[in-house]
Design a protein around this ligand. Structure first.
Ligand SMILES: *Cc1c(COP(=O)(O)O)cnc(C)c1O
Length: 381
């Protein structure tokens, strides 16, 4: 409590005029804005869905709706399946370590998340030491073929640095393309056929809550899972992708999922599909990105952190500030005015704000945010 008090007493007393404020102040990169409409729809199901068995039809139908809706949204090619389980994307890294990498993987490490997956794999006693390509923060390494690997692992959108990498298939017929799309899925266009495993969690571009992992898997990925499951490799049951696959095909999960998360994710996926699908959802993010990066490029004190435009994320913006203004102070003033979670990623250690532009965020609110930034920067000046 005293910590909070002393922090807030250091925040300059600046009140942003109400007519400048965005309709919703949540611009965090995850958990991120959940739509009020989705929460109200969940409340409608307070007694006939919440608190009911995940082994009965009501919940199974919701899981089926989610799996079908995602296959439509992500334009799953023939034979691709939507698989889900508990543990979020972090849990999925362990699932992949046990159930997808046969012997040796290649990783692109260009931020916190890709780096964590690579470091977990490095410690796995049943796998050979992985190949890891790194690059300067704010860039991604090239995605190229590597000898003797059976899986390529990289991130669609590196949430920590705001760098995106359009999924590509490396010319290596026996290897799987395993893509961490935690903050990309639903917000970025891509060609599903270039991926074998496109996995994510719903608390980012899908505007729901955490706890689940979801993966769209190709026939080759499913074949890999079945082959490893038939081998003598020991796999803990909660991380066993064969068990997850068998349960998903029955519209269930191995153990109890968060029913609210399942519901909220389905609600967002339906909202996207009803309005035109991935191009509509990604178009909203692109609109916000044009507004925000356009603002930064025109600002005398701000600039986009990611220099190479094709690598600049359309769902998470990282904006650098020059020495004349403190990003932390801007963040504190914004928070005091109800605009929250735009602090930079701590470990990057830059004078930076990180702002989500996921599809559920109204582009007009992104516009409003830029007016608030102008107001606060002028008031601090
Ligand atoms: C948030 C995030 C994760 C971790 O997701 P959890 O569901 O919290 O485990 C992994 N990868 C990326 C790219 C992320 O943005």
């Amino acid at each position: 409590m005293s910590h909070v008090t002393s922090l807030s007493s250091n925040v300059p007393d600046i009140t942003i005029p109400a007519d400048l404020l965005p309709g919703d102040g949540r611009f965090g990169s995850g958990p991120t804005k959940v739509r009020r409409e989705a929460m109200e729809a969940l409340a409608e199901r307070a007694t006939d869905y919440m608190g009911t068995s995940h082994r009965q039809t009501t919940v199974q139908l919701m899981v089926a709706e989610l799996r079908n809706g995602l296959a439509e949204l992500l334009r799953a090619p023939d034979g691709y399946e939507i698989v889900l389980g508990n543990g979020g994307s972090t849990g999925f890294w362990d699932c992949a370590t046990f159930g997808l990498i046969e012997n040796r993987s290649h990783h692109l490490s260009f931020g916190e998340f890709g780096g964590k997956f690579a470091s977990g794999v490095t410690k796995a006693p049943h796998l050979a030491a992985p190949s890891i390509a790194e690059s300067e923060p704010g860039t991604h390494p090239p995605l190229t073929a590597v000898d003797n690997v059976d899986a390529y692992c990289y991130t669609h959108n590196e949430t920590s640095t705001g760098v995106m990498l359009d999924p590509l298939r490396v010319d290596d017929p026996n290897a799987l393309m395993i893509v961490d799309a935690t903050s990309g899925a639903g917000g970025l266009m891509f060609d599903a056929g270039t991926t074998d495993v496109y996995y994510f969690a719903p608390q980012k571009a899908l505007a729901a809550d955490g706890g689940l992992w979801i993966a769209m898997m190709s026939p080759a990925a499913i074949e890999r899972i079945e082959r490893i499951a038939a081998s003598d490799r020991w796999v803990p049951p909660s991380l066993d992708l064969k068990i997850a696959l068998d349960n998903s095909r029955k519209d269930q999960t191995y153990n109890t999922p968060a029913l609210a998360t399942v519901f909220l994710t389905t609600d967002t996926v339906n909202w996207f599909n009803d309005n035109g699908g991935l191009s509509w959802a990604a178009g909203r993010s692109r609109q916000s990105a044009e507004i925000l990066y356009g603002w930064a490029e025109a600002s005398p004190v701000a600039s986009p952190f990611v220099q190479i435009e094709s690598q600049r994320s359309l769902v998470v913006a990282t904006i650098d500030f020059d020495d004349s203004v403190s990003a932390d102070t801007i963040d504190n003033v914004m928070r005091a005015n109800g605009i929250i979670d735009i602090n930079g990623y701590r470990k990057l250690g830059r004078n930076q704000l990180r702002i989500a532009m996921f599809p559920a965020i109204e582009p007009s609110d992104t516009e409003g945010l830029t007016h608030c930034l102008d107001y606060v920067i002028a008031a601090l000046g």
